[in-house]
Design a protein around this ligand. Structure first.
Ligand code: GRF
Length: 197
């Protein structure tokens, strides 16, 4: 049975594009929705150009009422009947209420080697710490931020002269390999972690 995947974005959606482009042929999943909290997210046009249904639930009218925002988000998401939810550059922190609704079938990609550097500014923090390597992690989403079971990691070297931007760009290349690989394995029912390289 083909698994239906809803992808959450807030910006350009480069990870979304990688995921959508990977779901072809004998892949056990297909995209059913790309949804954003940002009406002007560049990824929405990219999804539409690929024939993927899109939706926007702008968080701003809810004026900080997270429960009301998430109730509308869930209503729109559930209408697409997804089996798997992928957060891909989605920049809203989701409450336990929303996460528990989808726990066990919601994934996220985070730009660090978790459990190191949960939260924001991961590349700058890795540089400040003088780390020799950095990377990205795909994990199951649980109520604790950036804390769920790890489904995959990709490592990159930190190079002399790296800036947060140069390091982020090197990590992003690996994100585009890791997330599709993890999604394919996860959609086939296999939760064993993938480590790249
Ligand atoms: C990426 O760095 C990813 O690690 C983080 O959001 C950033 C932008 O992702 N989750 P995208 O280009 O919008 O997919």
């Amino acid at each position: 049975m083909t698994r239906r995947v809803a992808i959450f974005i807030s910006g350009g959606g480069s990870n979304m594009v990688s995921l959508v482009d990977s779901m072809t042929g004998d892949h056990p999943a297909r995209p059913c929705l790309v949804i954003s909290n940002q009406p002007d997210a560049g990824g929405l046009a990219k999804a539409s150009a690929k024939g993927i249904p899109t939706a926007v639930v702008d968080h701003r009218p809810f004026k900080g009422d997270r429960a009301a925002f998430e109730a509308e988000l869930a209503r729109v998401v559930d209408a697409a009947k997804p089996d798997i939810l992928c957060l891909a550059g989605f920049m809203r922190v989701l409450t336990e209420g929303f996460v528990s609704r989808y726990e066990g079938r919601m994934l996220n990609i985070h730009p660090s080697l978790l459990p190191k550097y949960r939260g924001l500014n991961t590349h700058a923090r890795a540089l400040e710490a003088g780390d020799a390597e950095h990377g990205c992690t795909v994990h199951e989403v649980t109520p604790e931020l950036d804390d769920g079971p790890i489904l995959g990691q990709a490592r990159v070297p930190v190079l002399p002269g790296d800036t947060p931007d140069s390091l982020a760009a090197r990590v992003l290349v690996e994100e585009h390999k890791l997330y599709p690989a993890v999604l394919r394995r996860f959609a086939s029912g296999d939760r064993s972690p993938i480590y790249l390289p």
